[in-house]
Design a protein around this ligand. Sequence first.
Ligand code: IMP
Length: 197
Amino acid sequence: MSEKIFLASTNAGKRAEFAALLAAHGLELGPAIEYPEVEESAADYLGNAALKAEALQHELRSRGIAAIVLADDSGLEIDALAGAPGIRSARYGGAELSWPQRRALILAELARVPDASRTATFHCALVAIDDAGNRYRGLGETRGCIVRGERGEGGFGYDPLFLPEGQSRTYAEASAAEKAITSHRARALQALVAAMH
Ligand code: IMP
């Protein structure tokens, strides 16, 4: 049985990952729905994911659609930058920066940091709300390190900079299937689905 899940994100990279990750759990990604942008004002990833899920559910209800909504809030925490960019990952360095500029900023900030100290963690918090208002959460994280220059053409966001622990390819060099084996998002979804059953 395939059940449609509406994702509170228009980020093409995240949506593509979720389409494949949800399918592996017998779930189907619903179409992208525009909803009024929410200020990500919570103190942590889970709080921000809840704000996004609530906003999308509100929008769907106003359109008469009853469905499970899912929201992802994620970020990259670099140890040598005291956990930055963290919950500000999407806007680090200023919302006006392009992604190549944002990645270049990180690389410049880490220029003098030796290899052994370039460790980082990707975090993902998921919140799902079903039509009855039940809430489910899933958290996932992946340790790795920040490489010295961009590597790979695939993925999105910080993927070209992140080498997961024990791997030889960055997330931008890995296939989608390979990223899904170690990714913070895949782990969070695993935990979320377990909580829903
Ligand atoms: P959010 O939309 O507020 O959750 O923003 C999270 C930011 O972290 C996004 O801008 C992403 O680019 C970045 N990010 C989260 N997960 C990943 C990932 O799997 N790969 C690369 N960047 C990611």
